[in-house]
Write a protein that binds this ligand. Structure first.
Ligand code: FES
Length: 581
């Protein structure tokens, strides 16, 4: 063994990647030689930390279309700290294009991420996340490997502007669509608003699911401070990427694995931050699934219990009037953390090696209209209400800050749609027997039923009711709702109709009682009658004969446990016992 070979062997013993690149003989030759066809010099294989940059760039995922430039900044930081960056692609999930639902593919991407990390000579990971499902998918996959990992969000778009008005991703699509249907807006104006809404790189700039999950990354401590709010178009987003690359190398040297960050305390902090920011209901499902991967015991009830006392401080659409760009200028999440410190586990560790409180305790707020003070909140109730009752035996959720206070206690007559097609076919039928006191119920839009639990739970109201000036009604389904949407909407009903949950048994004319304060959703039909209906019930959803859809529908769990596949819950670590040759 030459001196150089011995030096390589000794220094490489410390890193996982040395099991590949530090080998002598033909195996080491295989691992290094083909990599060198990219112009990588020999010294990069000397045992320095290899940082995998997991990239969800795709032109079919417009929210992540700027990620190649972000990856380059991460590489600069990695090189600067003596690491070796290697970028790799995984399947991307474009919320606005994919059918039947990106949610159906979240777990598939998580498998792609997990297997890509484990199978390759990677010591630490930077996850490039942005559009809704890319964040949970990458976090879940990486958590099942448990290497030192930083999540880096791509940042929100700049504020939308249309004819002098600030408009928000998604939120104004719902509003404009209602206006077109009632004749208050022309189709030509509607189409002109398209380019005014999405006018820069980045993800939805309302407090929708992408912004919420970027906030969750920061609150969990798995992203750097300021991760959530810096706009994609702001040069400071690239500086953050550079710093993430630097820090990933240090984390490998410190052996700061995901499991040291993603503790029960971190999830409790994230749930409370979600309340304070008025975050998306989708965070519930994604954090439950992530907790399942990293081995933290988190339940749906934790969301209600931990978030109940936390007021909503952040005045962003869809609940409020501002957007993520304003949130950044006002101080971003650090300013929120400083306000709600009394609700948090201040000693929770974050990826920069400091506690969440040390990172944020002196954070300034520059605009109290955007980020309110704790003693003068934007809305008194910020969390997620988890409902029980005979219609939702395993739970259903409602976002109080997006709901109409007068509808939070309501009894109404059910108007039932068998599925999304039935809803679309009949919602604007002038003969539909419905008024604003009714409760709209939609079935077969859950994880198995659709399949993939799409964001259709905020069913637009019938045109004839919109024309009366009514903008909200109680709606119930086993679907999800876009984080950009709003209304008194009960979502994630579990078990779903397609799995034989009581939702499947609701019929037109049944009385339904919603009492959010009592956390109760009750179908006022006798047990005897429900037993008769159950005996006659047959599943009506399609069955899939092959491929991912079959695997998904056979193994997806219900919303109350995060909709992971049953065989993916948990972790396998990063060890692979066998060589490839
Ligand atoms: Fe990508 Fe909203 S469509 S974040």
């Amino acid at each position: 063994m030459t001196g150089e070979q011995r030096q390589m062997s000794d220094s490489n013993r410390k890193t996982r990647s040395a099991e590949w690149f530090g080998k002598l003989g033909k195996d080491g030759f295989h691992h290094r030689s083909w990599m060198k066809n990219q112009g990588l010099p020999h010294h990069l294989f000397d045992g320095r930390p290899v940082i995998g940059i997991c990239n969800t760039w795709s032109e079919l995922t417009p929210c992540n279309a700027h990620f190649r430039a972000i990856a380059e900044r991460v590489k600069r930081g990695v090189y600067e700290m003596g690491g070796f960056p290697l970028e790799f692609p995984v399947m991307s999930l474009g919320e606005t294009l994919m059918r039947p639902s990106t949610m159906m593919f979240r777990n598939l991407v998580s498998m792609d991420v997990e297997e890509s990390i484990r199978a390759n000579p990677i010591d630490g990971v930077v996850l490039l996340v942005g559009c809704d499902k890319t964040t949970p998918a990458l976090l879940m996959g990486a958590a099942s490997c448990d290497l030192p990992t930083i999540a880096l969000s791509g940042g929100p778009m700049l504020n939308g502007r249309f004819r002098g008005e600030t408009i928000g991703s998604g939120t104004h699509v719902w509003k404009f669509d209602d206006m077109v249907r009632t004749g208050e807006m022309t189709l030509q104006d509607f189409m002109e608003a398209e380019s005014c809404m999405s006018r820069s790189a980045g993800h939805c700039m309302t407090m929708g699911t992408a912004s919420t999950m970027a906030n969750m990354v920061e609150a969990l401590g798995i992203g750097l401070p300021a991760n959530a709010a810096i706009p994609a178009a702001d040069s400071r987003r690239y500086a953050l990427a550079h710093m993430a690359g630097r820090r990933a190398v240090e984390m490998v040297r410190e052996d700061l694995k995901m499991s040291k960050i993603l503790t029960r305390a971190a999830f409790e902090n994230a749930i409370r931050v979600n309340g304070a920011i008025g975050g998306s209901t989708n965070a519930v499902i994604h954090l439950l699934a992530l907790a399942g991967r990293i081995g933290v015991d988190l339940s749906l009830q934790d969301w209600d219990r931990l978030g109940r006392d936390v007021p909503c401080l952040v005045n962003l659409m869809p609940s409020g009037e501002y957007l993520m760009e304003d949130y950044y200028y006002a101080g971003g999440q650090p300013a929120v953390i400083r306000e709600i410190g009394e609700f948090l586990h201040k000693d929770a560790l974050t990826v920069n090696g400091e506690t969440i409180w040390d990172n944020c305790k002196d954070a300034p707020c520059y605009n109290r209209d955007v980020i309110h003070a704790l003693d003068a909140p934007f809305k008194p109730q910020g969390g997620i209400a988890v409902l029980g009752g005979n219609l939702v035996p395993q739970g259903g959720i409602l976002k109080p800050s997006a709901a109409t206070p007068e509808l939070m206690k309501h009894r109404g007559r059910a108007v039932v749609f068998a599925d999304i097609d039935d809803y679309k076919a009949r919602i604007d039928d002038p003969d539909l027997d419905i008024d604003e006191t009714c409760v709209m119920v939609m079935k077969n839009c859950g994880p198995k039923g659709y399949p993939g639990m799409p964001e259709v739970g905020n069913m637009p109201l019938p045109k004839k009711i919109l024309k009366k000036g009514v903008r909200d009604m109680v709606r119930i389904s086993d679907a999800r709702m876009s984080g950009t949407a709003f209304g008194t909407v009960v979502l994630h009903v579990a078990p779903e109709a397609a799995a034989g949950g009581p939702l499947a048994l609701v019929e037109d004319g049944d009385a339904i009682e919603l009492d959010v304060e009592a956390r109760r959703l009750h179908l006022d039909v006798s047990d005897q009658e429900l037993a008769v209906r159950r005996a006659a019930w047959r599943p009506s959803h399609d069955t899939y004969a092959r491929g991912w859809a079959q695997l998904y529908t056979e193994h997806v769990t219900q919303a109350d446990t995060g909709c992971d596949l049953d065989f993916l819950v948990g972790a396998s670590g990063a060890y692979v016992p066998r060589e490839s040759h």
